[in-house]
Design a protein. Structure first.
Length: 247
């Protein structure tokens, strides 16, 4: 397992905060990015308000099977007029990280054509950043099942046989990426999710090819770095054939 710089702290912060409040995945990952970098934030509500989060308009459950939902909001957050406007945008999350960190953190986006080769090169390059938090905006419908058996994942790593189980939860969602493990058959990416029921206390593995599909529908990654490493992150994104612009 190759952990990204700072990943262990991010996992600990995320697990302590799980589960996310309803519709606040953007606020959740913003909170994790800040706290893991030593920057205090009161709660998911503060992060969500800074990110411009809007709640789903009719209260339809958006959480995964097995979860009960969580609506213990401390503040009154605005509601969206239609489902497409609910949640947080990539721009909102980026602005919240930079605003609440008071400039101590920068956010470098990565967007474009998400081929497996481009994603692999980008994640390989993350190891060259001294410290980074990787946020991903994904379409969960393209991911594998969060409870895919470990034996099936090992078969993929050892021989390239892809697991056939697919996600039963289909939403647009923010998660964190913690690292990769590579075998002769392929590469798995470690996902830090926002619910403890997904994987092992919120940690599950996805085939790199599936993650690329989950990003390729007009979504992307956000790299949270210190100001001194912002340009290095921008160059990494460009060198992988992607664009350092929001989607």
């Amino acid at each position: 397992m190759r952990w990204f710089p700072g990943a262990r702290e991010q996992i600990a912060v995320a697990r302590a905060e799980m589960p996310q409040k309803n519709d606040l995945c953007g606020g959740f990952v913003t909170l994790v990015a800040l706290r893991a970098n030593g920057i205090p934030v009161l709660d998911q509500d503060e992060a969500a308000a800074a990110a411009g989060v809007r709640l789903y308009p009719d209260g339809t459950p958006t959480w995964p099977p097995g979860e009960k939902g969580r609506d213990d909001y401390r503040i009154s957050l605005p509601q969206a007029e239609n489902p497409d406007d609910a949640g947080a945008s990539a721009a909102g999350v980026a602005e919240a990280v930079q605003e609440l960190s008071r400039g101590r953190l920068r956010v470098v986006p990565a967007s474009g054509r998400w081929s497996p080769d481009a994603l692999r090169a980008l994640l390989d390059g993350v190891a060259g950043l001294p410290r980074v938090t990787v946020l991903a905006n994904v379409d969960t419908a393209e991911l594998g099942a969060h409870d895919t058996p470990e034996r099936a994942l090992l078969d993929y790593l050892e021989g390239g046989l892809p697991p056939l189980w697919t996600s039963r939860w289909k939403v647009g969602h923010f998660v964190l990426l913690a690292g990769t493990v590579t075998g002769v058959g392929g590469t798995l990416v470690s996902i830090v999710d926002t619910y403890p029921s997904l994987g092992e206390r919120g940690l599950h593995f996805q085939m790199l090819e599936r993650l690329a599909l989950a990003l390729d529908g007009g979504r992307g990654l956000l790299f949270v770095v210190g100001p001194e490493h912002e340009q290095q992150a921008v160059e990494l994104v460009r060198n992988c054939g992607l664009r350092p612009v929001l989607w």
